[in-house]
Design a binder for this molecule. Sequence first.
Ligand code: HEC
Ligand code: HEC
Length: 334
Amino acid sequence: MSMRAAVSFAAMLAASVATFGVPAFAADEPISPIEPAKVTNPGLVELGKKLYFDPRLSKSGFISCNSCHNLSMGGTDNLKTSIGHNWQQGPINSPTVLNSSLNVAQFWDGRALTLQEQAGGPIANPGEMGSTHALAVEVLRSIPEYQKEFGEVFGETKITIEEVTKAIAAFEETLVTPNSRFDQWLKGDKKALTTVELEGYELFKDSGCTACHNGSAVGGNTFQKMGVVEPYKTNNPAEGRIAVTKEEADRFNFKVPTLRNVALTYPYFHDGEAATLSDAVDVMGRIQLGKKFSPDENGKIVAFLKTLTGDQPSFALPILPPSTDKTPKPHPFD
Ligand code: HEC
Ligand code: HEC
């Protein structure tokens, strides 16, 4: 019933666009709504979903993409830095996979250009899933149901790592989160936000946060210095974008994280050192903009940020085909 009402409201807005030639959402706002994913190849997405949840792509047989990008927890692990193969301490905070298709590039330093390029990384990273592409493919080839499904999606195939990463990327493209209360407000429902949340949004804009956090992902579209006005102090050795470009000017430039679903993706920053949204907003105000927010202002901005939580991906948990006698055995402890 409420869905129906929402749809007809959207239709009304669309009609007003046709009549008056203005877009259906406030075009002068620095943030635009997230649109639902359009699935063009459902078979590919279904296969990618299975692979995303399949821990057999790791050497231990225990770690899947979902271990560190848990779709029940905003697409993150909610840890300062991730736990990899053999309980290794990861070097950096795990960003959310939600809306990652909207990023200009992948990783904090942008070293992977596409989701497909990114997806090959963790499988063979000794500190993450600890496998090799050859071993991961051998595991999949040993399972007749996977052979059949890859065949249906890709035609005649022996199963390749390119197909694996292509399917995972296609699944990730569906992990968008439309319909947050903020997007409902952008699309014309002026009752979707409270006065305090709106005041927070005005502060967010007027203070200059939208210089870096803008667009449909409220970030994700540029690399910016962490510590514009004041240096950021951390023990984390990551140097940011300079690792990719080798340009001194890119030292300590990081991809601006998306603020979509930011209420779910704690702790914050590449080192995971800000435990709460309130801490993160305080640090941002001081070191990016030279502003010290009062507790009241901080609370309002946090209230606004919490309106950016959208509809979380929702689907039946994929049931994975069982291993066979020929499937290489997992190695959880070496
Ligand atoms: C052991 C934990 C771990 C596992 C397992 C893991 N990731 Fe990640 N992932 C991370 C961390 C940490 C980063 C950030 C690394 C960096 O920026 O240097 C990351 C980054 C990403 C990003 C980039 C997001 C952004 O905003 O830049 C995507 C997308 C992603 N991972 C998808 C995957 C997929 C798909 C898999 C499975 C094939 C996977 N991850 C497995 C920890 C993990
Ligand atoms: C000059 C660009 C810039 C401005 C201005 C800016 N940010 Fe950021 N923001 C960043 C970058 C870059 C990061 C990631 C830094 C890191 O982790 O090293 C970030 C991270 C964050 C995070 C943590 C997100 C996460 O998932 O880790 C929050 C929350 C945030 N910003 C809110 C704000 C708010 C609120 C303002 C305004 C008071 C603001 N930012 C102003 C660039 C900016």
